[in-house]
Design a protein around this ligand. Structure first.
Ligand code: NAP
Length: 244
């Protein structure tokens, strides 16, 4: 029987690429996100299972979890993202609440809901898509960095709380990846989103998916703790080389 992988944020970007890569590696993949049309098309491409999921809603998370098989081997938590680029003194409460809801509480809700199924697999693995913003920050990135720092604290706590349970916990922390991330951050402003990557070569979602598959396919006694992946053109969250 194929192992079961669950991927949140699978309608786009890193989550969609991870779902495809895990399917290619032989996993039976369950995909969650809010946009059912996008989710269905990724699932159809890989013979996976699309289930609508909003990680900011506890009932949605529990309904999603109930629809999964009794054993889950891998949970890839990719749902999340940034909203806005305001300075701290001009922060937008609605954006910050939403970032905390998806990046922090969403991770906690998914982990709580799937814990029994990860345990039941006898070799469960939580892979969290963090960010450089989990340990660095940048001007205008305070709200997103605060949320990703908080998510990292959850991951580090899980490693302590799950010690001895044969549950693995990995954080993959990407730098700039060209996905829908910046379009979402800037409320659909394509010009602002394109400027983020102007003159530099960002990562592709597939680069992160490669790391997801690698971490997931190590032997059961090996826990890949943290993988930091930056574009060659990015030295820090706020230090980017641009041509021309
Ligand atoms: P993306 O293309 O915008 O994908 C984000 C995914 O999250 C979408 O599938 C979206 O699907 C889903 N999502 C957002 N809110 C959700 C919610 N409440 N419930 C369920 N799903 C939700 O961006 P991405 O770059 O792949 O981002 C994936 C993760 O990587 C995020 O956690 C992001 O913070 C992190 N990351 C990205 C970068 C980057 O430069 N791109 C760098 C470091 C870390 P729906 O809208 O259909 O729900």
């Amino acid at each position: 029987m194929n192992k079961i992988a669950v991927v949140t944020g699978a309608s786009s970007g890193i989550g969609a690429a991870s779902a495809k890569a895990l399917a290619a590696a032989g996993f039976n993949v369950y995909l969650g996100a809010r946009r059912s049309d996008r989710l269905n098309s990724v699932a159809a491409e890989i013979g996976g299972h699309a289930i609508v999921l909003d990680v900011t809603d506890t009932v949605s998370v529990e309904t999603f979890s109930a629809a999964l098989p009794e054993q889950v081997h891998v949970l890839v938590n990719s749902a999340g993202g940034a909203l806005g680029l305001n300075s701290i003194v001009e922060f937008d409460e609605r954006q910050w609440l939403q970032m905390y809801q998806s990046n922090v509480l969403g991770l906690a809700r998914m982990t709580r809901a799937l814990y029994p199924k990860l345990r039941a697999s006898t070799d469960g693995h939580l892979i969290h898509i963090g960010s450089l913003a989990g340990f660095e920050t940048y001007v205008g990135g305070g709200g997103y960095a605060a949320a990703k720092h908080a998510a990292r604290a959850i991951i580090e706590t899980l490693r302590l709380e799950w010690l001895g349970q044969q549950l693995r916990v990995t954080t993959i922390d990407p730098g700039m990846v060209e996905t829908e991330f910046s379009m979402v951050r800037f409320g659909g402003n394509a010009e602002r989103a394109a400027n983020v990557y102007a003159g530099m070569r960002p990562l592709h979602a597939q680069d992160i998916a490669d790391a997801v598959v690698w971490a997931t396919t190590r032997p059961a006694h090996v826990n890949v703790d943290q993988i930091v992946i930056r574009p060659t053109d990015q030295a820090r969250a706020d230090k980017v080389f641009r041509r021309g």
